[in-house]
Design a protein. Structure first.
Length: 100
C-alpha cells in the first residue's frame, strides 16, 4: 500500500494505491494522523489505484468521516471501483460516505 497526502488550495488529497490489508492498516492509520488537525477542511480520499480495503481500514475511514463532520469538514471518497466498491457495498459502508 502506498499513500500520498497533499494539500492544494485548502483541500487535502489522499491518494491510496495497492492493497490496504490488515498488515498495512496500522501504518495507514498512523499516516493519516497528520490530517487530524485539518478535519475541518475538505478531504478527498482517491481510491482510483486502491485494489483492496480491509475492515480495519474501513473503520479508520469511518472514524475520519465522523471526526471531520464533527469539526465542520467533509471527507469524500473518489474513484471507488472494482473490489473496493464491492467491499463498500457488501458492508453497507457505501451509504455512509459521499462518493464522487
Amino acid at each position: 500500500m502506498n499513500i500520498n497526502i497533499r494539500e492544494q488550495n485548502g483541500t487535502y488529497f489522499v491518494n491510496l494505491s495497492g492493497w490496504l490489508d490488515t498488515n498495512e492498516a496500522s501504518q495507514f492509520l498512523e499516516d493519516i494522523k497528520v490530517l487530524e488537525a485539518n478535519f475541518d477542511k475538505y478531504i478527498v480520499i482517491d481510491c482510483a489505484e486502491l485494489e483492496y480495503l480491509c475492515s480495519l481500514a474501513l473503520r479508520g475511514l469511518l472514524k475520519m468521516k465522523k471526526q471531520s463532520a464533527a469539526k465542520g469538514g467533509n471527507l469524500v471518497l473518489r474513484n471507488v471501483k472494482g473490489e473496493v466498491e464491492k467491499i463498500l457495498t457488501m458492508t453497507g459502508f457505501i451509504k455512509l460516505f459521499d462518493i464522487e
